[in-house]
Ligand binder design. Sequence first.
Ligand code: GRF
Length: 209
Amino acid sequence: MLKSARIAVFVSGGGTNLQALLDAQRDGKIPHGEIALVISSQACAYALERAEKANVPAHTVPSSLIQHDFEAAIELLLEQYKIDVIVLAGFLSILSENFTKKWPRRILNIHPSLIPAFCGVGFYGLHVHEGVLARGAKVTGATVHFVNEIADDGPIILQKPVAVQPDDTPEILQKRVMQEAEWLILPRAVSLFCDNKLEVKGRTVRVLS
Ligand code: GRF
């Protein structure tokens, strides 16, 4: 019997991906995981209200702290709540190599494009979708990947394509990518992780049956 993996979700904004995880947990779709902690880099993040409504302990570690103090405060919370895996869900702060190397293949991130397209430094939030539309791409989507020391560079876990429509604005496209991809593949990837169903070899992730 797998013990339940204790999950920390890092947020910075609206928390719609956090909500997708909370809803999946409620619906029994993450049977071997428990969302035990939410950490926000912004005190005003609506994601904090979502955590409170779901009775999940939540703390703000302000991104205004210097990197060393920011990460030390986070690490203290991760220890206090006995966290096994970190999920970045709309988290806009950088985690240093010093931090990420302590969590090899135990930090997952949701990115709103089909990596390696439209990712890396500067590609976050609406900027991703602005780039997709400016390039005239016909297909975009979302990616869940492991986090390493380079932005959006870790092994890809799951991806889901989304068609770009002729009249899309960045806002319309962002919403569709969230609804049709992000909110589906993030809970699925977290559940697979908690079920020990992700086999990583080099930069390739295989989902075990
Ligand atoms: C989402 O598009 C997510 O992919 C990106 O940040 C946006 C906001 O996420 N990382 P959320 O609503 O705060 O989950």
